[in-house]
Write a protein that binds this ligand. Sequence first.
Ligand code: T4K
Length: 427
Amino acid sequence: MKQRASARSATGKRVPSPRRRRDARTPPALAILGAAPAFAEQLHVGRPNIGDRGRFLARLNDILDQRWLTNRGEYVIELERRIAQRVGVRNCVLVANGTIGLELLIRALGLGGEVIVPAFTFVATAHALQWQEITPVFADIDPETHCLDPRSVETAITPRTTGIIGVHLWGRPCAIDELAEIAGRHKLKLMFDAAHAFGCSHGGRMIGSFGEGEVFSFHATKIVNAFEGGAIVTDNDELADRLRLMQNFGFRGYDRVVYLGINGKMSEVCAAMALTNLESLEAFVERNRANYFAYARHLAGLPGMQLFRYDERHRSNYQYVVTVVNDDAALTRDELVTVLHAENVMARRYFHPGVHRMEPYRSYFPDAHRLLPCTEQVCRQVMVLPTGPALSEEDVAAVCGVIRTALEHGASVRERLAQLQRPNPRE
Ligand code: T4K
């Protein structure tokens, strides 16, 4: 797929990598030190999965032939049925994106006052509350799971708390049972942001079937994508009925509005894309899993850096390859990201600097970081690497080779990075 700048000749034939021909006196073959980048094209985190193009185009043609483009057409109905069946819940309500799904579920559950959330998440989790003038209260995470630490949640509860939103970050289930116990004891509503967790399970049950309801994202970068899209899943029929009204202006029938609503609908073309991708889900997961274990092999034994672990007792979709760069590693996480970007490996610092350090939260809660030591540490150390069906094991080996070389030559890399930051007196 990607032609590696240094690994193929002009005719596309593989040639011995110049990296291997260098002797001890030549500088390490890193782009940041002047070598050609390891990849001729950028490798991205979150490259969209594209299922069977023919199946999608056939569906697209059918939509155009039928001239039924949105407002609960047959593709939306079919996708809702398939998701509910796969997750094992009674109801699936498709929405325009995951964020609006969170907003609708929060509102339909009647949350208000304060709601406890992690600060180590995509900003949408907190925005979905603040947008409705509900205060997100940030609890700390467990550094091993990167998900809410139930002990921190317990200490964050006040008389104004009405709910808890657990986030299954990276597709790894959060402490569902412990959070359910706390919510039950304090009479709080519990819901989950399952944006990363489609196709994942916990204790033999699919993610999507826990709490009052859960929200998936089908954004372009997710394991199943609808271009843009999301779904709210719940076993509660009455809640699902309210959600359906809310996402369609409150309409019950042609001209009868019975509830306050907005427009949160998914269109037919988005549903057709998600249906097509759903048919390839197992293949996507298999490729991600293979890439994940290739990264594990190629990064094994590297001092100062670990791969985030998925709990093999549960089903994972492996859509994120998450690494943790220790504070005492030869290079910091940020230095490694700069090195990788120079090689066209577009590693990401998800979710730096932490939601509590983003606006408006940093202005509202300037001291929040004091109560979030594990969040602070993980925000500083996490680096997410490219994966997905477009990436081969050879690509993974090359990415890991760059990381290994950079860490082995940490001192010269750091010196070069410092040089690059110094203003050039001739400019
Ligand atoms: N809760 C959680 C925990 C979430 O992670 C998210 C979304 C949500 C809630 C909200 O769900 P949605 O409302 O989005 O359905 C991306 C996504 O935009 C966002 O959906 C996702 N989480 C988040 C983790 O990642 P950015 O700001 O990193 O996106 P961007 O544009 O930098 O894209 C990421 C990479 O993907 C790029 O390096 C390039 C590549 N890419 C992206 C797009 C859109 C492509 O190759 N093709 C594309 O079409 O947020």
